[in-house]
Write a new protein. Structure first.
Length: 306
C-alpha cells in the first residue's frame, strides 16, 4: 500500500512538472515576436558592424577585403579622429554637469503643489519633446550675428555682435547651450520623481532640530537621491557621447572641425566618403566608450546597494 501511494505521488509530480514545462513553452511564445525583432534589429547589426570594422569595405564597388585591426590603427593615428574625440569629451564635460546642477536646482524649486509649479514643470519639460530640427532652427536664428535675439540683447549694452557659430572657440559651447536648453526637462523630471519619494517626516525632524535648508539639503536630500544622481550622470554621459543632430544642423561641424563629434565623423566617413570599414571601426570605439560608461553605472549602483 505504501509503495502504491508513493508511486501515485511520483506520477502526479511528473504530470505536474510536465504541465509546467508545457506552460513555460507556451508562455515563451508571447515573447517570441519581441525576441525576433531584438535579434534582427540589435544583435545582428551589432556583430555585423564588428565584422565590417575588420575589413576594407568600399561601398562604390561593394568590395570587402579583410584588414584585421588596420582600421583601428589608422584611427589612432588620425589627427582628425583624435580631434573629434576631444570635441566629444569636451561637449560631455560642458553639458553633463549643467544637466545635473541645473536639473536638480529646477527640481528643488518646482517640487511643490499648485498650478504655478505644474505649469513651470510643463514648460521646462515641453522643450525636451521637440525635434532636433525645430530646436536648431530656433537657436540658429538666435545665434545670427546681425538680427539674432542674442546679438540684439548684447547691442543694448553696447556689445558688438558675436559670431557664435563661426567662431572656433564658441561653436561647440553654442551647441552645448542649445542641448542643455533642449534636454534639461528630462533630468529635472527624474530628480523630481526622486525628491517626491523622500519621506516628509525626515524634513519635519530636521526642522525640530533647527537644521538649516543647506544642512537639510546635504544631510537628507542629496543622500536620498544619490542613486538617481548616478543614473542621471551616466545616462547623460552615454546620451551626449552620441551628439549628432545639433552639431550637423548648427555649425555643421565647423569651423575647422572644432565642433565635429564622433557620430558626425562616422556619418560623413561612411555615407559621404563611402569608407564603411573605417566608419564602422570608429563606431566600435564609440560603442566601447558608451559600454564603459554603462559598466560604471552598474558597478556604482552595486556598490551603493552593498
Amino acid at each position: 500500500m505504501t509503495i502504491s501511494v508513493s508511486n501515485a505521488a511520483t506520477l502526479r509530480s511528473a504530470k505536474t512538472s510536465g504541465a509546467h514545462i508545457g506552460s513555460d513553452w507556451r508562455n515563451g511564445l508571447f515573447i517570441l515576436p519581441f525576441l525576433i525583432v531584438y535579434l534582427g534589429m540589435l544583435i545582428y547589426p551589432l556583430f555585423w558592424g564588428m565584422w565590417i570594422s575588420l575589413q576594407e569595405y568600399d561601398m562604390f564597388d561593394q568590395s570587402a577585403t579583410f584588414a584585421g585591426l588596420f582600421n583601428f590603427k589608422r584611427l589612432l593615428a588620425d589627427n582628425i579622429f583624435l580631434g573629434v574625440v576631444r570635441n566629444t569629451f569636451a561637449f560631455v564635460a560642458m553639458t553633463v554637469p549643467a544637466f545635473v546642477i541645473i536639473g536638480l536646482l529646477l527640481a528643488l524649486a518646482l517640487n511643490r503643489e499648485g498650478r504655478t509649479g505644474a505649469t513651470l514643470r510643463a514648460v521646462f519639460f515641453g522643450a525636451s519633446v521637440l525635434s532636433v530640427t525645430i530646436v536648431t532652427i530656433v537657436w540658429k536664428i538666435m545665434y545670427l550675428p546681425d538680427i539674432g535675439l542674442i546679438s540684439h540683447v548684447l547691442g543694448l549694452f553696447g556689445i558688438a555682435p558675436i559670431p557664435f557659430l563661426t567662431s572656433s572657440d564658441l561653436a561647440l559651447p553654442a551647441v552645448a547651450v542649445t542641448t542643455v536648453w533642449w534636454i534639461i526637462g528630462l533630468p529635472m523630471m527624474l530628480f523630481l520623481a526622486a525628491l517626491q519619494q523622500i519621506p516628509g517626516e525626515l524634513y519635519e525632524a530636521a526642522a525640530l532640530d533647527n537644521a538649516s535648508r543647506w544642512r537639510s539639503l546635504w544631510s537628507i536630500t542629496l543622500p536620498s537621491i544619490r542613486r538617481t544622481l548616478v543614473v542621471v550622470v551616466i545616462y547623460e554621459i552615454v546620451a551626449q557621447l552620441q551628439l549628432f543632430g545639433q552639431a550637423l544642423l548648427l555649425p555643421r561641424g565647423g569651423p575647422n572641425n572644432t565642433s565635429r563629434p564622433i557620430v558626425l565623423f562616422i556619418y560623413e566617413t561612411g555615407f559621404r566618403d563611402w569608407n564603411l570599414g573605417y566608419a564602422a571601426a570608429a563606431s566600435e570605439i564609440l560603442f566601447l566608450l558608451m559600454a564603459i560608461a554603462a559598466m560604471a553605472q552598474y558597478f556604482a549602483s552595486r556598490r551603493r546597494e552593498g
